[in-house]
Design a protein around this ligand. Structure first.
Ligand code: HOZ
Length: 430
């Protein structure tokens, strides 16, 4: 038994499933999780001292690599001044100004502590501002674990095979309508059948919690047009795509305007931060200027703000990072497709920007049904073998692979060599 296994047994005695978030329990891949001791640049090191090339990146925020010196020193400096005040600080305004300057179509930001909280609050703003209760989301899209969003959800909910959670009152779930990703007709039907009742359509502009699924040409603009036609708001959940696809996130990348946007961990450089943002007329609905209540002692935490400011400043000043990580991810995707052509395991590789997924299905994956057609056993075998080759992937089919600025050409080549060995092995067994 290695140290991770021992630590996991101990953790299982005091935490449900031994973890604080289900996917990381590794149930979907049939093994016990690696316990991580430290991380630096493109690598994570487990408690037995084994170093892996990391494509999880703390589920996205580590776009510059782990423990980036500027981010660490900004956080360390802030820490010397105290950990939490529950009172305004200049850093909050600085970060809000930076976010407003980077992201199109927003004028105001409210900092919160996670993507879940950001979405929960943005949904409340949408309902408060429109006076309507219903929401449209997409099957397989994940927007955190608030009650109204745990309906046909992706990520851990999908991995567990329970996209609808126990404990969500039917009276809440019935206000969440679900449409099919990349299918505008399914959205229009819901809007037409629920005229003047839909507060907002919420979407991951690139779905990244059923694996990475690209929006079809015209899908996001089509949502914009439908929302205008039916007087509903459009919310982009940019917890994954924000500051990752481009400095201005999906709104900039696809040239489509959202009414409200939500951000997650990347905005805090990996610290527990989230935010929601939009034009003044919507954001001024939020307390204390408006009637939509939202609050939190840890919101705008000084250490988290400092780390976020350091990370976003680098991203803002170095747009070439986006060109590089997109090119690296595209190269990796192309290499993986070439391996598939050689070994015929039946996989489909989706990639956009620095996000990619290897789905173990031969069908094109453009929605939840496509993602669900994946052979999960085969993904699990692939995951376990890649881990043996020191490549750390998401321990579930329905998650993204994140390429970051710290991945070197050598890391990418080593990853392709690992994938070659693994695919050869799996194809020999098939
Ligand atoms: N739901 C997260 C991935 N989309 C996983 C969070 C975690 O386990 O840290």
């Amino acid at each position: 038994m290695d140290t991770s296994q021992k630590m996991f047994e101990q953790a299982c005695q005091v935490m449900p499933g031994g973890v604080n978030s289900p996917v990381r329990a590794y149930r979907a891949v049939g093994m016990t999780p690696r316990f991580i001791r430290s991380a630096k640049g493109a690598y994570v090191t487990d408690v037995d001292g084994v170093e892996y090339i990391d494509y999880v990146g703390s589920w996205g925020p580590m776009i510059l690599g782990h423990a980036h010196p500027d981010v660490l020193s900004a956080a360390a400096e802030a820490m010397q001044g105290g950990l939490s005040f529950g009172a305004p600080t200049g850093r909050e305004t600085q970060l809000a100004e930076l976010v407003v300057s980077m992201v199109p179509h927003i004028e105001m930001v409210r900092m919160v502590n996670s993507g879940t909280e950001a979405v929960m609050s943005a949904v409340r703003v949408a309902r408060g501002a429109t006076g309507k209760d219903k929401m449209i989301k997409f099957e397989g899209c994940y927007h955190g674990h608030s009650d109204s969003m745990l309906v046909k959800a992706g990520s851990g909910a999908l991995t567990q095979g329970r996209p609808d959670s126990a404990g969500v009152p039917a009276s809440i779930a019935e206000n969440t309508l679900t449409a099919t990703y990349n299918d505008l007709d399914s959205v229009e039907q819901l809007l037409a059948a629920n005229k003047n009742q839909v507060a907002a359509v919420i979407v991951e502009p690139v779905a990244a919690n059923m694996g990475v699924v690209l929006p079809a040409e015209g899908f996001l603009q089509g949502l914009r047009d439908l929302c205008d036609q039916y007087e509903a708001l459009l919310i982009f959940d940019e917890v994954i795509t924000g500051f990752r696809l481009a400095r201005g996130g999906a709104q900039e990348y696809f040239g489509v305007r959202a009414d409200l946007v939500t951000f997650g961990k990347i905005i805090g450089g990996g610290m527990p931060v989230g935010a929601f943002a939009g034009p003044k007329k919507l954001m001024e609905q939020v307390a204390p200027t408006g009637p939509v209540y939202q609050a939190g002692t840890l919101s705008g935490n000084p250490v988290a703000m400092a780390a976020g400011l350091a990370q976003l400043t680098i991203l803002n000043e170095h747009p070439e990072i986006y060109t590089q990580i997109e090119a690296d991810a595209a190269w990796l995707a192309q290499q993986l497709r070439a391996l598939e052509a050689e070994y015929h395991l039946g996989c489909t590789v989706n990639q956009i920007g620095s996000l990619l997924s290897v789905f173990f299905t031969e069908h094109p994956v453009s929605n939840y049904a496509g993602a669900k057609s994946s052979d999960l056993e085969r993904y699990a075998a692939y995951f376990r073998a890649m881990l043996k080759h020191k490549v750390y992937l998401a321990p579930a089919q329905f998650e993204a692979m994140f390429v970051g600025a710290a991945h070197t050409k050598q890391d990418l080549l080593a990853t392709v060599e690992a994938a070659r060995a693994v695919m050869a092995e799996l194809s020999a067994k098939a």
